[in-house]
Design a protein around this ligand. Structure first.
Ligand code: CA
Length: 233
């Protein structure tokens, strides 16, 4: 805790294993946090909603609502309280799943309380990060949490790569996105030899989000890149 800071940071720990919950509570108290406990998802959600906490430490496997559901509901209510998820074992859940559901950070058991406290302090410095639950361009919508894409009321089935490309474009709807930037962010490479793959996937996306609906949301700007029309085309 920084010197001179008088307000106590309040953390809600939602963990059904009572011995572990108690140990986390003592560990964080030793680091200067005030800690309350909830032992199931429903209580956790109820307490997190009350707004008395600066951050939530959330176990995933809980009786009642799971940690995922708690996090998803908070974000659906536009509650952006920093959430750090605890996972029982590595690989049980994909890190990306938790972060997609709106968690801010993720720690795998077993963990040290010093590391947990450091991660919490980092989250508290960053503060609440608003994340729109659903991204929209006109009647085209993409929900990063549920991974559902829709044109109007029609669900659109995308591959993981198509989804990632559309998500990148829809977050920048109305802006020109260079092919090289898409390659960099969606394929994790900036090898210009691969620029063709971006064109190929732009074609795949068009055949799913535009062509069946007689629309033209995904625009090619020759020599510049792509733009997803903010009005959905
Ligand atoms: Ca558990």
């Amino acid at each position: 805790m920084p010197q001179g800071q008088t307000r106590t940071v309040r953390v809600l720990v939602v963990e059904d294993e009572r011995r572990l919950a108690g140990a986390v509570q003592r560990g964080l108290q030793a680091e200067g946090f005030a800690v309350d406990l909830a032992f199931d998802g429903d209580d956790g959600l109820h307490l997190a909603r009350e707004g008395a906490y600066d951050a939530v430490v959330l176990d995933l496997m809980l009786p009642g609502l799971s940690g995922y559901q708690v996090c998803e509901r908070l974000r659906a209510e536009e509650n952006w309280i920093p959430v750090l998820i605890l996972s029982a074992k590595d690989g049980e859940y994909d890190l990306a799943d938790g972060l997609d559901l709106g968690a801010d950070d993720y720690l795998t058991k077993p963990f040290s309380y010093v590391v947990l406290a450091a991660r919490l302090r980092a989250l508290l410095r960053r503060g609440a990060v608003p994340r729109p639950a659903v991204l929209r361009a006109g009647d085209l919508s993409l929900d990063p949490a549920s991974r559902i894409v829709r044109r109007g009321e029609t669900d659109i089935d995308l591959t993981a790569r198509e989804f990632a490309m559309l998500e990148y474009l829809i977050r920048r709807a109305g802006q020109v996105v260079p092919k090289s930037e898409l390659l960099d962010h969606v394929w994790d490479t900036s090898d210009t030899a691969d620029l063709n793959v971006v064109e190929v996937y732009a074609g795949y996306l068009r055949r799913k989000i535009d062509v069946p609906f007689g629309r033209a949301a995904l625009q090619t700007l020759r020599g510049a890149g792509y733009r997803l029309a903010a009005d959905g085309g």
